[in-house]
Design a protein around this ligand. Structure first.
Ligand code: MG
Length: 158
C-alpha cells in the first residue's frame, strides 16, 4: 500500500542573524518568527508525514498553547512524528519540498539541508529533495515579510 501526504507552513520574518531551514542555520539578516524555532521546512515535512499516515497534524500533536513547545527544536518534533509513522508500519519512499523565500539563495545550502533532513528521518539523502522559489519581489514572500514551505511525501507499507 502507498499513501501520499501534503504539508504547508508559513511564518512571518523579522530582523535576525540566521534562518533555520531543515534544521540548518543559514546566516541571514532576517529570521522566521514563531512559537517554536519557526523552521517552516521541518514543519511542512512533519505535517506531510502525519497526513500521509492519517496520524494527526503538527498543531494537534505539539499545540502552541503548551509551554513545553515554546522555542522547541523542530527536528525533535519531526523525529517524534516520524517515529509514530514508522511505528504504524510505514516506510518513507521519498519527499519533495519547496521553500518560498526571496532571499538568500538556497542552492549553496541544499546539500546540507538534504543531509540534515534525511538524518532526522533516518533515510538516505537520495530520498529527500529540496528546491526554492522566490516571490518575484511581490507579495509577503517577495517583500521578505514571510517565508513558506510545502512538502509532498510518499510512504509505503506491506
Ligand atoms: Mg510552523
Amino acid at each position: 500500500m502507498i499513501r501520499v501526504g501534503l504539508g504547508h507552513d508559513t511564518h512571518r520574518l523579522g530582523p535576525g542573524t540566521a534562518l533555520v531551514l531543515g534544521g540548518v542555520a543559514i546566516p541571514h539578516d532576517r529570521m522566521a518568527l514563531g512559537h517554536s524555532d519557526a523552521d517552516v521546512l521541518l514543519h511542512a515535512i512533519t505535517d506531510a508525514l502525519l497526513g500521509a499516515a492519517a496520524l494527526g497534524d503538527i498543531g494537534e500533536l505539539f499545540p502552541d498553547t503548551d509551554p513545553a513547545n515554546k522555542g522547541r527544536d523542530s527536528a525533535e518534533m519531526l523525529a517524534a512524528a516520524a517515529g509514530r509513522v514508522t511505528a504504524a508500519g510505514w516506510r518513507i519512499v521519498n519527499l519533495d519540498c519547496v521553500i518560498f523565500l526571496q532571499r538568500p539563495k538556497i542552492l549553496p545550502h541544499r546539500a546540507t539541508i538534504r543531509e540534515r533532513v534525511a538524518a532526522i528521518l533516518g533515510i538516505g539523502h537520495d530520498r529527500v529533495w529540496v528546491k526554492a522559489k522566490t516571490g518575484e519581489k511581490v507579495g509577503p514572500i517577495g517583500e521578505e515579510l514571510a517565508i513558506g514551505a510545502e512538502c509532498v511525501v510518499l510512504i509505503e507499507r506491506d
